[in-house]
Design a binder for this molecule. Structure first.
Ligand SMILES: C[S@@+](CC[C@H](N)C(=O)[O-])C[C@H]1O[C@@H](n2cnc3c(N)ncnc32)[C@H](O)[C@@H]1O
Length: 289
């Protein structure tokens, strides 16, 4: 049988559906488009194009990887986030649509502050999706971004180098604040730290559990270990009136708000919901005096 683009998409859709892979048709289209180096729309413009032997062999490998629950973004090496696209690979968390709420909240905070340039710190930079999105919107500000993972930092640096109109980002390696000299320096500290309780990791989808880096997911026994460290230290690094903006789990609002209230440096704490109406972002403002 001669495989054409159309027959191959239909066959792959049915194959993925049988193996309970999410969004089987969309996944088939993305992988075939990636394999042939063409856009999804062009698959339909070339629906009767026959595939060559090497193309079929390459596509078969991609199908097997996805059947083994490897995330599509690791297979294609790319994930769209906010207004751009970022390289990702094993060892680096795939940026999530939920995290766009952290970006839009931070952009509003930057827009409200007349100080120019502002200094912004991201802790746990991963692929760089957050800090690069901010630096693209505010090329005049100064950005600092750290991660304990060297492969994350390497990916974030590469992603930053792909963008032309972007503010300066200083990347550093180490655990949370430890590489930084203490002092009230930053206008904004933003972070999407690991916040999944250790005991929940096993129950995650295999795409996440078996493929994404555990250091990007595991928030310790109660899920709050990283959040606790960031919330309790952030006040020492923020200028008066500066803000900590933190992503958290949808069920962590009460715990994170209580934690922030134990820090005398913060006088305003707000929780923002994501587009699905889930509590997602905590915003803690440092007192002015
Ligand atoms: C949930 S991921 C977020 C990645 C990226 N900011 C995003 O939103 O897509 C958490 C990140 O924190 C980093 N991380 C974990 N423990 C850390 C630590 N002790 N110090 C600094 N970064 C850490 C992980 O390597 C990972 O890149």
């Amino acid at each position: 049988m001669d495989w054409t683009v159309f027959t191959l998409i239909s066959w792959t859709e049915a194959y993925f559906a049988r193996h309970r892979i999410d969004s089987p048709r969309l996944t088939a289209e993305i992988l075939l488009g990636f394999c042939l180096g063409i856009r999804r729309l062009d698959l339909y413009l070339q629906h009767d194009r026959p595939l060559e032997k090497q193309e079929l062999a390459r596509f078969k490998t991609l199908i097997q990887r996805r059947k083994n629950h490897e995330p599509v973004a690791y297979i294609t090496g790319e994930k769209g986030f906010f207004e751009s696209s970022f390289q990702v690979g094993p060892g680096v968390l795939i940026p999530r649509p939920d995290t766009e709420t952290l970006v839009t909240t931070t952009l509003s905070v930057l827009d409200e502050n007349p100080r120019n340039p502002q200094k912004i710190l991201e802790l746990g930079v991963g692929s760089g999706a957050i800090v690069i999105s901010l630096a693209m919107a505010h090329p005049g500000h100064l950005f600092f971004a750290g991660d304990i993972s060297l492969s994350a930092l390497e990916t974030a640096r590469k992603n930053a180098a792909r963008e032309k109109e972007i503010g300066t980002i200083h990347f550093f390696n180490g655990s949370w604040f430890s590489p930084l000299a203490p002092g009230p320096f930053f206008d904004v500290i933003v972070s999407n730290p690991p916040y999944i309780p250790s005991s929940d990791i096993f129950g995650l989808a295999p795409e996440i559990r078996d493929h994404e880096p555990i250091t990007a997911l595991d928030g310790g026994d109660d899920g709050l270990e990283c959040i606790r460290e960031i919330v309790t230290c952030a006040g020492d690094y923020l200028v008066p009136g500066g803000q900590l903006i933190l992503e958290m789990g949808f069920d962590q609002k009460t715990a994170v708000s209580a934690l922030a209230k134990t820090c005398p440096q913060f006088d305003q704490i707000h929780v923002i919901q994501d587009l699905a109406g889930q509590n997602r972002v905590a915003q803690c403002k440092k007192k002015i005096d």
